[in-house]
Write a new protein. Structure first.
Length: 60
């Protein structure tokens, strides 16, 4: 890792243009507001049921 990593500088990245800029904008705002949107969805019903004690079997 020490031999193969390079420092990333803002000059190397360039400017976003066209669809890349639109995608970046939409992705940022979608991920920023996703937790609020997800809270509007209905919660799933729990799949596990509470444990109940079995009645003892009487020896006859």
């Amino acid at each position: 890792m020490c031999n193969s990593c390079n420092q990333v500088r803002s000059d190397d990245l360039g400017e976003l243009k066209g669809w890349a800029l639109v995608r970046s904008f939409l992705a940022f705002h979608f991920t920023r507001r996703y937790p609020r949107w997800a809270s509007w969805l209905p919660r799933h019903a729990p799949r596990l049921h509470p444990a109940t004690a079995n009645k003892p079997v009487s020896a006859a």
